[in-house]
Design a protein around this ligand. Sequence first.
Ligand code: BES
Ligand code: ZN
Length: 903
Amino acid sequence: MPQICICSQFTSSPIDQFNKDPKAFPVATNGEMFPWHELRLPTVVIPLHYDLLIHPNLTSLDFVASEKIEVLVRDATQFIILHSKDLEILNASLQSEEDVRYKKPGENLTVLSYPAHQQIALLVPEKLRAHLRYSVAIDFQAKLADGFEGFYKSTYRTLGGETRTIAVTDFEPTEARMAFPCFDEPLFKANFSIKIRRESRHIALSNMPKVKTIELEGGLLEDHFETTVRMSTYLVAYIVCDFTSVSGTASSGVKVSIYASPDKWSQTHYALEASLKLLDFYENYFDIHYPLPKLDLVAIPDFASGAMENWGLITYRETSLLFDPKTSSTSDKLWVTKVIAHELAHQWFGNLVTMEWWNDIWLNEGFARYMELISLNITYPELQFDDSFSNTCFEVIKRDSLNSSHPISNEAKTATQIKEMFDAVSYNKGACILNMLKDFLSEETFRKGIIHYLKKFTYRNAKNDDLWHSLSNNCLEGDSTSGGFCYSDSRKTSNTLAFLRENVELKEMMATWTLQKGIPLVVVKREGRSLRLQQERFLSGVFKEDPEWGTLQERWYLWHIPVTYSTSSSQAIHRHILKLKTDTVDLSEKTDWVKFNVDSNGYYIVHYEGQGWDELITLLNQNHTLLRPKDRLGLIHDAFQLVSAGRLTLDKALDLTRYLQHETSIPALLKGLEYLELFYRMVERRNISDVTENLKHYLLQYFKPVIDTQSWLDEGSVWDRMLRSTVLKLACYLNHAPCIQKATELFSQWMESSGKLNIPTDVLTIVYSVGAQTTAGWNYLLEQYELSLSGAEKNKILYALSTSKHQEKLMKLIELGMEGKVIKTQDLATLLFTTARNPKGQQLAWNFVKENWTHLLKKFELGSFPIRMIISGTTSHFSSKDELQEIGFQVKVFPSFQNGKSG
Ligand code: BES
Ligand code: ZN
């Protein structure tokens, strides 16, 4: 194991704030002065090791626990500040190293509590001395939490109809403090030795393998787990449950197990295959062994987000881990594989090397999202994930082109602000700029750089600049260096190297992408053999003629954009770095057209002035295959984005989609269809019936050849199957008679078979949705929902139920969701989201959210995924001034509504 200096990363100077200005300090719950006023903990005392003993009682639904924290005092101090939330502290005492050695009992400490900052202060009678180690012992207890955070309870129903309870943790970002008093910041890494008491009908799992089990008086068992590696508190995890598992061994000898409730055991096999494959991949790709002896992946019945990367004990929502061949579709398989790939990537990016503070959460999440792409391309090429990655970027561009976006690295202080950092900007934009950088540096150089970064910061924390530094100084043996950069033989002649010779400062370049918000628009104008390039900030919904346009532009500095382009005269990828506001590039030959952002690898939108768009439209109509599939996809995306910014007419964008009848690349075809459907839904919501009808006929007519050639079988490639699901869903939504007929037929057969008939998984949602339009069908689906053991199927049924045109049925669903029995609370946000997407449900869902805002906040934390999903789901389709006013009113009544915003 490498030598680690435990204190090197704490740089703040020791100050005894308390003595400086006592008036500046807050008041503790007992009325005394609390000796610390900042949200961040002082760095004078740092944890080295935690001994934790936890005893949850799954009948009384509470836990008692004790801990011993070994700390190092860096400067003399009179108090120790720790995080603690909703814990009852029973006793706290302190021993010096000497006391421990001579077994002297600990001295009791006074404990003060300051709940506003979720902190406690341990006051010591005598100043702790610098450079000495001490041991702090705390006894505490609490109820198992009701929600989805800290140490909480989760329940599931067995096949026999019995309800069983398990206890599980979920800590990221700031909830370890709900389970044990601790230094709950990512920089305070320590080792953890965990012991758990349980009844014999249960098992206990934690980050590390179990070393032994001791039988206690009265029949209780106590499991002792191996001490962890050095890690942050948010990655600690433990579970007490009665789950069963399947296991396998990775090439490196690591034991991988998938756990689920006993009746779901048969759905665990795909996850085992995928996690073994992906673990092998990552160990190889990073050239770093997964450092623990085992890795467990557990499907938790109640889970707030999709999954959580706890080191060695990854927890998942059931639908993110389990795969049921009878009811899971292609896109379900892609999702499960992606989530496994994502959480496994975190075992390196996040767990081994952690961001110093939450402002840089993108170093965890952006990388994990980026690695989904890299790992799936190699381990599951048949999933053709490479062709979906552009959508990852398109998704965040929608958000990032609004003024309300934020920089990738953004200040975050309070727990709510920290939670809000887990958004599309950190995840998707993070991944997209990494992908752009990889394209610029070459995959090989980029990989070397990130390996360098991971090795250098192993068991430690890092910040943005550390990454840029590793990426530009990543020389490994055998490489040559030039101008401070490193390259291997194969890249000696590459364009990239030429750029590097121009002395591109990586750090300077990447600062323009991470420290300022937004996305650039590159405006291209061809003037003879020259290309005039110009960059500005791209803003959706703000037109150049609008008065605020100027101010929104001025405040923004420039991006260093590594642009790429191809032309009619050469298929080569040309490169240039656009650092200035305007620049000119000379073409070597005369060309008919030029296309920027090759393969959509860059994070920028392109607008072609003059004849640029017309030339490209002509090209698409004449021979679209002269452009690469991802370039066609990018053109469709950019054109519609430019419409939203008033830079291109809708006519022109629609003109561009005309070639789609001949489009052979499914991602491009689906992108065109998506925008056309969006347009249709906007018109439909406005209740302009004649326009709606005309558009419906146009769409059905236009896509008739594609619709009519679809089979109702699970056959073909992943994209063939995605196309089938999308096209048939739209056709049935538009009431296309043959579609409705086929779906109705399958639904009746399914009902007659008492739900036993296997319907092809890719059309299952469509069949259920058509079936849900009759009262009998809807009621039957709700019955099946209660009985089904497949999360994948339950999601499909719930979606179908929420497409009903009857408001009383939609209301019943929402009530069931609020009750949390038949429809679990974890699924309420998605339910409100899909109900709001239903034209007959949008007003109902919005009214419900307005009227029940305080109730919803009791179920989900402000700033959390579910709350943001509820807000965006019920408001993002708003497009009129009146609707905007309604949101304004809601914010006035409930300021928290603004805080929960999603973009
Ligand atoms: N680290 C996150 C879990 C998380 C999310 C913690 C939000 C705190 C706040 C985990 O790695 C994650 O990103 N999960 C995703 C699933 C994944 C495929 C992106 C999620 O929960 O949606
Ligand atoms: Zn993640």
